[in-house]
Write a protein that binds this ligand. Structure first.
Ligand code: HEM
Length: 328
């Protein structure tokens, strides 16, 4: 009897093992084909210190220059909008995204390089450059006093980077709300998402080149007189000035919702910022964000996660770069 039971037991094992195996394989297949390949804790086993290392690189960079936070946050945005979040903005080629006019003033590359070097020393070939940007952007917001979020990781790095694509996909500050909304829609983001994400301009700076079209030949009536007078002293009509101005002139080093309050007072630096108040279709939400600090911060985190999902690459169509400036 005992022998028979053992026999049955083994038989059951033989029957159930393939079934279990199939089930496990199905789960893996579902995971691979999932529309959302990213997950929180992606490096928990393969490189448990990844997030800490990136955070430390950000902190070191910000000790040298606090503006690095704004730089890295913008890098992640410009990365995701061109070829998806795949580190393509980091590549050094004669015609790469970096060489395109909307990317001339990007900064923070050195911090990404430093984080990558530390990661390669500890867990070579594991953490993608695209994920460094996603973690770095979250750290930037937190380190500037904003609300953080749990970053989903698992992006692969791309091998293509085109200046022409960057020119076509990165919004220009002279665009209307309608034009910017259309660009965001192409990335699966709504007009509300665009209003929420524009709040990133609560930190960082802009150069004269981004504001002179609002000063000459005629002053944009939607710019406060005091602000226009101040900007004209630093930005001559013929150009050539390297002066910069805080995008949020009230609390430039704090990740808060003061950006929206400034817009109500016609103190938006970029035409595209001020347009959020002047366009009736965005005015209401913009005013709401100016007094709803908590809800806006929460929405900002949510939409950053959404943005981080844009056209993410997986193993077959990407790689884990060894150096963020070059494909392997
Ligand atoms: C809505 C359309 C947007 C337009 C037209 C726009 C345009 C610009 C421009 C022209 C600058 C200044 C460049 C310069 O003169 O140096 C700038 C800076 C910046 N942008 Fe945007 N941007 C947009 C959306 C976003 C989004 C969605 C984010 C992030 C989620 C972002 C983050 C930043 C940051 C942090 C800076 C400051 C960078 C620094 O200080 O180095 N922007 N943006």
């Amino acid at each position: 009897m005992e022998r028979r039971c053992k026999h049955l037991h083994w038989k059951a094992f033989l029957v159930t093992t393939p079934a279990l195996l199939w089930f496990a394989m199905l789960l893996v297949a579902m995971r691979l084909s999932s529309a959302e390949p990213l997950r929180v804790g992606y490096y928990d086993l393969s490189c448990p210190s990844a997030e800490r290392i990136i955070r430390q690189a950000m902190e070191r960079g910000m000790q040298q220059d606090q503006g690095i936070a704004a730089g890295v946050l913008r890098l992640h945005f410009h990365d995701c909008f061109v070829e998806g979040c795949d580190g393509s903005v980091l590549l050094d080629n004669p015609n790469s995204e970096k060489t395109s006019p909307p990317n001339f003033s990007l900064r923070g590359f050195e911090v990404v390089d430093a984080a990558k070097a530390d990661l390669e020393a500890l867990c070579p070939g594991v953490v993608s450059c695209a994920d460094i940007l996603a973690f770095g952007a979250r750290d930037a917001v937190e380190l500037m006093g904003g609300l953080g979020w749990r970053v989903r990781a698992g992006r692969y790095d791309g091998r293509v980077s085109s200046a022409a694509r960057a020119l076509a996909e990165i919004p220009d500050p002279r665009y209307t709300v309608e034009e910017i909304t259309a660009l965001f829609a192409r990335k699966g983001l709504s007009k509300s998402d665009m209003i929420v994400l524009s709040g990133a301009h609560t930190i960082g700076r802009a150069h004269c080149a981004s504001v002179t079209p609002r000063l000459y030949p005629v002053q944009d009536p939607q710019m406060s007189q005091a602000m226009a007078a101040f900007l004209r002293t630093a930005c001559p009509p013929q150009g050539g000035s390297a002066a910069t101005f805080s995008l949020d002139s009230t609390t430039p080093y704090r990740f808060d919702n003061m950006y929206y309050t400034n817009l109500i007072a016609n103190r938006g630096l970029l035409h595209s910022d001020q347009a959020l108040i002047n366009d009736m279709s965005t005015r209401g939400e913009t005013i709401f964000n100016s007094f709803a600090a908590g809800p806006w911060a929460f929405q900002f985190s949510r939409v950053m996660i959404e943005m981080g999902n844009i056209q993410v690459k997986s193993g077959p169509d990407g790689e884990i770069r060894r150096h963020c400036r070059f494909i392997n």
